[in-house]
Design a protein. Structure first.
Length: 253
């Protein structure tokens, strides 16, 4: 079975112009009808176009999609499975947030009241999901699955007071780090404070703090641009992560 440009476009919910463009760039090559020279597509193009539509929905660029389509089928399947896990995580987060919101609305309308811990449970789950999605694989590789899981569980079990204390500690860290990143003075009391605040912040989720592990984390900050972006953006200076790493390596002995 073959499809004309119009028929395949209607089936997939795209415009004929889009299909012609995909043909031009080699993303979804069309065949030519030997009789009239019109573009037409074999049945296999349907599956390929479905993949294209999936990866577009996931935010992939056309160049990235073209690279994926050139890879073995097993790699394409693995990429789809990874995106499914991401969607499932987002779904679970939204479900938890919706449930908490429903209970909050019910409480505000005279229904059963929530405990302080319950009020913030969804937000902690969101942060856990984000951390796992962004940094989970690297953390498991460096520290082991058991240690990483224990850290996640410790964070999930934080009391409301400890959770708020952890957030306040991080904000204080950002403030102190901005001061040190501005002056560049690693021997100052402010630099020592940066180290202490970062250590305290880690201990909210680390069961066993060691200077060696702290220095190892600093190496991850150096090697992974996502960590650099996190501190640079929150502090508002392009050398914030670089300064934090230097402080850790100086004081974590």
């Amino acid at each position: 079975m073959t499809y004309s440009v119009q028929t395949l476009a209607q089936l997939a919910g795209v415009s004929p112009r889009t299909l012609r463009y995909y043909d031009q760039i080699g993303l979804l090559p069309a065949q030519r009808n030997p009789t009239n020279g019109y573009r037409e597509y074999p049945a296999t193009a349907v599956d390929q176009l479905q993949l294209i539509r999936y990866f577009q929905a996931f935010g992939f660029s056309l160049t990235a999609i073209q690279d994926l389509l050139a890879r073995p089928s097993a790699e394409q399947t693995a990429a789809l499975a990874a995106q499914r896990q991401t969607l499932a995580t987002e779904r679970d987060h939204l479900t938890a947030l919706l449930n908490t919101l429903d209970r909050t609305l019910a409480a505000r309308n005279g229904g059963p009241q929530m405990t302080d811990t319950e009020k913030f449970a969804a937000f902690k789950r969101e942060q856990l999901a984000q951390n796992d999605q962004q940094f989970g694989s690297e953390a498991r590789e460096r520290y082991g699955n058991e240690t990483y899981t224990a850290s996640q569980q410790k964070f999930a079990g934080l009391s409301e007071a400890d959770y708020q204390h952890m957030q306040a500690t991080e904000q204080a860290l950002f403030t102190a780090l901005k001061a040190v990143a501005t002056t560049g003075d690693l021997s100052s009391d402010a630099a020592r404070q940066v180290y202490e605040l970062h250590r305290q912040w880690l201990c909210f989720t680390w069961n066993n703090y060691t200077a060696v592990a702290h220095r190892g984390l600093a190496e991850m900050y150096t090697a992974d641009e996502r960590f650099a972006s996190y501190y640079n953006q929150h502090v508002g200076l392009p050398n914030a992560t670089e300064t934090l790493v230097a402080v850790i390596l100086r004081y974590a002995q």
